[in-house]
Write a protein that binds this ligand. Structure first.
Ligand code: NAD
Length: 258
């Protein structure tokens, strides 16, 4: 195990473009449940209730969606970055990070200290709410206040359009700019490190494949096996926090930084 951690550190040091690709497993140690682990979101809710077309189609679906979203907002709002987020932010400070491509919507990479230009949020963010018609943005807390006061499926002040957290639901288009940029970066990186993702949600999960096909080394750090383990150069089945903290400690040691 120690040898594997030192090996990843060596690859990071020798890399010109390292990408970190993060999933919900990165944030479970911050108290935010992932989707697929036991006790995760899919043990509690029906994935169909998150489909975008249902949200558009009926007021009853929107009310149900906002009920679930309200319940999920509390842990996200309270969450603090864990050692894995902090280690990734440290990679940026060491000038050893090309970018983070994240499927997460919790904003914890920012809270950990990564800068905005380094983060590509493929699935949007729960920190804001936006109007699906005029795109007006609202602070999430402002809308949660309205829900507390009794609104069940809030609407835009400006145009009366449907308000939805600025996250990408199943069936909703991915953000074009971020997605294109993520594919481009994946195709030119030389080291691609997956942390805490089951690698089953498409199209995000195709990015490690793009990187590998273009000659990058692929490292997968995840508690459970993923469909891409066989093609990875190194797989570490462990906890994101302690694994990333050790890897970055090795990087600093090798660079002679204390
Ligand atoms: P997922 O739930 O499909 O998979 C999470 C993976 O992380 C699992 O394979 C699990 O083994 C692993 N894992 C859990 N805790 C871990 C830990 N402490 N250390 C290492 N590995 C750990 O998540 P996904 O692949 O990101 O895809 C699901 C979708 O979930 C994404 O689209 C994302 O937008 C959304 N999501 C995000 C959050 C968040 O922002 N924190 C939370 C729930 C869901």
């Amino acid at each position: 195990m120690e040898g594997n951690l030192a090996q990843v550190a060596e690859w990071i040091i020798n890399s010109k473009r390292t990408i970190v690709f993060s999933g919900a497993g990165l944030s479970t140690e911050s108290g935010i449940p992932d989707f697929r682990s036991p006790g995760g979101v899919w043990d509690k809710y029906d994935p169909e209730d998150f489909y975008f077309q249902n949200f558009i189609a009926s007021e009853a679906s929107r009310e149900k969606y906002w009920q679930m979203a309200t319940e999920m907002w509390e842990p996200i709002k309270k969450a603090q970055p864990n050692p894995a987020h902090l280690a990734i932010a440290e990679l940026e400070r060491l000038d050893k990070l090309d970018c983070v491509i994240t499927q997460n919507i919790d904003g914890l990479h920012f809270k950990a200290g990564n800068s905005e230009e380094k983060i590509l949020q493929l699935h949007g963010t729960a920190i804001f709410v936006s109007c699906l018609s005029c795109q007006k943005r609202y602070d999430r807390d402002e809308i949660q206040e309205r829900i507390k006061k009794g609104q069940k499926a809030p609407r835009c002040d400006g145009c009366g359009g449907l308000l939805k957290p600025a996250t990408i639901s199943f069936g909703q288009s991915m953000p074009e700019k971020e997605t294109q940029e993520a594919y481009h970066r994946s195709s030119i990186c030389d080291l691609f490190i997956v942390i805490g993702s089951s690698l089953v949600v498409q199209p995000a999960a195709s990015m490690p494949l793009v990187a590998k096909k273009n000659g990058a080394k692929l490292v997968i750090i995840n508690r459970d096996p993923t469909p891409y383990d066989d093609m990875a150069d190194l797989v570490i089945h462990g906890q994101a926090g302690s694994t990333m903290a050790s890897i970055v400690e090795y990087v600093k040691q090798k660079l002679g930084i204390r």
